[in-house]
Design a protein around this ligand. Structure first.
Ligand SMILES: [Zn+2]
Length: 359
């Protein structure tokens, strides 16, 4: 092969590698956005938290950690959790357990079911009609033994737990048929191990126009565990979308943010929030007009109150706001009224999601 041919092949390989790298980077927009507008490509070695909506770290465990955890398993537990085995009907230790408490993954400790969803199915295996958090369960199509079934795995360690069938009781109609040996039970009031506890989180409240868009964007901020649409700042502790729309409730469409302060400090959330909307518009946001669309920060603590006051003073001096007064209302948080279910995750359900801004 001559030198020219070799150079051409080398160039083609380089271009292909670059295209593949670009495609791979595009698949993870959440991890690459940063509030200062720069694109910080995450190194594969960085630990990146993945949260369930109930506030647990559900990032996949490394093979090393799995091997370490597996050492404590008995031969029977190993056969079920790691080799997809099934215990004999009527023999499991948790089958007739009627105590209140939590059922966690035997291998990694992630909470999987609550005693509140346990029911007597008559099958011979512990049965539940819903998981502790749907984010904690991984469903897997299973065609072994000549049957088409849905296998239930723990999302964090991918251990085999059992199967889920659609002949369960109301309200879900599901029957999670579990192996006792795949679960650890913690009675209500007992101390649960660290791996079965949620991560420590804090709460923040922001209002900046229609909550559909604000909730969608805040949910995408790395370090945000959950964003929920609702109302705050009005006269009554209870309200409805209809009442808020009439403009008489005094409430603002507000998003409650549960966040991991180690991943995203409150100050960083403020930076994102003021980027997501125009805080100079008084009692409106774009086409949405009325006090229910006002810009507001409801501080959950005195510390947040000080941080937002300091940040707004700083922001007012920047080029963006030098000639325009920031109209954001700041006050201590009151009662948060969750909005009706059809407002939650609106863009996720109906499309129209907006990516995080980059400048
Ligand atoms: Zn697990």
């Amino acid at each position: 092969m001559n030198t020219r041919k070799r150079t051409l092949i080398a160039s083609a390989v380089t271009i292909a590698v670059c295209i593949l790298a670009l495609l791979a980077a595009q698949r993870e927009p959440r991890a690459t956005a940063s509030p200062d507008g720069g694109e910080t490509l995450r190194k594969s070695s960085d630990h990146h938290m993945t949260y369930s909506k109930s506030g647990y770290d559900i990032a996949r465990l490394s093979p090393e950690r799995l091997a370490q955890l597996s050492e404590k398993l008995s031969p029977q537990e190993r056969a079920i959790l790691l080799d997809s085995g099934t215990e004999r009907a009527g023999c499991g230790t948790l089958l007739d357990n009627k105590q209140e408490g939590l059922y966690a993954c035997r291998l990694c400790g992630l909470p999987l079911f609550s005693s509140q969803s346990k029911f007597k199915s008559g099958t011979g295996w512990p049965s539940f009609f819903q998981p502790f958090d749907p984010d904690h369960i991984h469903n897997n199509r299973d065609v072994s033994h000549g049957m088409a079934r849905v296998e239930t795995q723990c999302v964090r360690c991918r251990s085999h737990l059992g199967h889920v069938f659609d002949d369960g009781p109301k309200p879900t109609g599901l029957r999670y048929c579990m192996n006792s040996a795949a679960l650890s039970f913690f009675a209500k009031g007992s101390v649960v191990p660290l791996e079965s506890r949620p991560i420590p989180t804090e709460t923040a409240y922001f209002a900046g126009g229609c909550f559909w868009g604000l909730e969608d964007r805040l949910q995408q901020v790395p370090g945000v565990v959950n964003a929920v649409s609702g109302f705050m700042g009005g006269k009554n502790d209870k309200t409805s979308y209809k009442e808020v729309c009439s403009g008489t409730s005094g409430h603002a469409e507000t998003v409650r943010v549960t966040f991991d302060p180690k991943q995203v400090p409150y100050r960083k959330l403020l930076e994102w929030f003021f980027k997501f909307h125009d805080p100079t518009q008084l009692n409106r946001q774009g086409p949405d007009v009325g006090t229910q669309y006002r810009s507001a920060v409801f501080a959950a603590t005195d510390e947040q109150l000080k941080l937002v006051a300091d940040y707004m003073e700083e922001l007012q001096q920047t080029d963006r706001f030098r000639s325009k007064k920031i109209a954001t209302q700041v006050e201590k948080a009151g009662i948060f009224c969750e909005a009706e279910e059809y407002h939650q995750d609106y863009h996720e359900k109906h499309g129209g999601s907006c990516a995080l801004p980059t400048e």
